[in-house]
Design a protein around this ligand. Structure first.
Ligand SMILES: [Zn+2]
Length: 231
């Protein structure tokens, strides 16, 4: 273990006596090597060679052990003169409470899917953008919303498609693209599975709406996004 880490561990001992002990440097570095998501939010690593601090799950190159110092909070890392990593974005790190951490991650994932405009997005890309693994994302998402990110995304796309079919006279292929399905075939398949109708038949039952050139407003339900424990 490098001198800096020993010094940190030694410095923390008297101060933390009688309190919950912060993780030791060895544990932190091991978690860092594994990019262990269970430690996300539990410590931050300051890298002396770059002046940057990161979350343990950062996808950037793992720093040498002798350049690392470990902090229990982003604030502590900042107070020691480190700047936040732009890649893993320490400000997104979950809080110490596992429940808060998971519902926050799930909400960030849902917001990411919203912000993406429902196109060109994969769950892997989303997980990468949050610096967590696919598996971790699926687990926290199911915990918060009761469905997988894929199912949630499909529902959003279907609702968008329904709205476009109802409110515009855009061709079905355009509806498929705008709603993020990627192809008419995929829109048709999901539409039939969920509504037992083709998009064209669904539109007939609703009648076509506005001129496609006229502006429309999409209003997606946000109840799921805002659902959460009162703070
Ligand atoms: Zn980072």
């Amino acid at each position: 273990m490098p001198a800096a880490c020993y010094a940190l561990a030694a410095a923390m001992k008297p101060k933390d006596k009688g309190h919950h002990m912060f993780l030791d440097a060895k544990t932190c570095y091991t978690a860092l090597l594994a990019r262990d998501a269970r430690f996300d939010g539990r410590f931050f690593v300051g890298v002396a060679s770059t002046g940057i601090y990161c979350r343990p799950i950062c996808r950037a190159r793992i720093p040498k052990e002798e350049n690392c110092s470990f902090y229990a909070s982003a604030a502590a890392a900042e107070a020691s003169g480190f700047r936040p990593c732009l890649r893993c974005r320490p400000e997104l790190a979950p809080g110490l409470a596992p429940v808060d951490a998971e519902s926050r991650l799930a909400r960030l994932a849902a917001q990411g899917m919203e912000a993406d405009g429902l196109s060109d997005l994969t769950i892997t890309g989303l997980a990468n953008s949050l610096s967590i693994t696919d598996r971790h994302l699926r687990r926290v998402f199911a915990g918060e919303y009761g469905v997988s990110p894929i199912a949630w995304l499909q529902t959003r796309r279907l609702l968008t498609a329904k709205q476009l079919l109802t409110d515009t006279s855009l061709p079905v292929i355009q509806v498929a693209m705008d709603a993020g399905f990627g192809s008419v075939r995929r829109l048709n398949a999901l539409f039939r599975t969920h509504y037992h109708l083709s998009p064209a038949d669904f539109r007939k039952t609703r009648g076509t709406g506005h001129d496609p050139a006229s502006p429309i407003t999409l209003s997606w339900p946000t109840d799921r996004l805002s659902r959460g424990k009162p703070s």
